[in-house]
Design a protein around this ligand. Structure first.
Ligand code: M6P
Ligand code: ZN
Length: 186
């Protein structure tokens, strides 16, 4: 393990050097967006990358970091979003520091409390242990943020896959609005 300077491009989200990279496409999100007809119509046109994640992990370290770049777009009135997850380890927090673009971080505690934190350049969002978190690009440009957490934090997608989140972020009259999720299966 040697000290390393990692170059992060605040507009593209490029990370150099990096140790991992994945892309998520719209087709992987069937059932995640509420409006199934809008989802099918969008997918019939194209299957865009909705976000990508690049990481830098030093061998033997207990923390790691990287970027997530979320492209702008909507399915019906819902903006492109991440899957959303709890950490597998319930004692692990995370930080999201926005580099460019604008969005909302939607969080939900185990006992069902919902919070949002604005994502825009200059804001570091603190995600407490055991709060589910989903990021949402509410703007018209890519939303690029740096995340940092413990390597052993892990992802627990189960609860959100099964039930969804209690709130949705939708466009209303050109503005993002946080509304109750009529499809919440809790
Ligand atoms: C952030 C981090 C990653 C996460 C990614 C996408 O970059 O929290 O750990 O994987 O967002 O979120 P999700 O896995 O919920 O789709
Ligand atoms: Zn996380």
């Amino acid at each position: 393990m040697l000290p390393t300077g990692v170059k992060i491009d605040s507009i593209t989200g490029a990370v150099a050097p990096s140790t991992g990279h994945y892309k998520k496409r719209l087709s992987e999100f069937r059932g995640v967006y509420r409006d199934a007809a809008a989802f099918d119509a969008a997918l019939a046109r194209s299957d865009p990358v909705t976000y990508e994640v690049i990481e830098f992990k030093a061998d033997g370290s207990d923390i790691f970091f990287g970027t997530t770049t979320m492209y702008p777009g909507r399915v019906g009135d819902e903006y492109f979003m991440t899957r959303g997850h709890f950490h597998a380890r319930r004692d692990r927090a995370e930080v999201y520091y926005t580099q460019s673009g604008e969005g909302l971080l939607l969080l939900e505690s185990r006992d069902g409390e919902t919070k949002t934190v604005e994502m825009k350049p200059g804001i570091a969002a603190y995600i407490p242990p055991d709060w589910a978190h989903r990021s949402i690009n509410t703007g018209t440009e890519p939303l690029v943020f740096v995340w940092m957490t413990n390597i052993d934090a892990g992802h627990d997608y189960g609860a959100i896959v099964e039930k969804g989140m209690r709130s949705l972020v939708v466009e209303r009259d050109g503005e993002p609005a946080v509304v109750a999720n009529p499809g919440y299966a809790g």
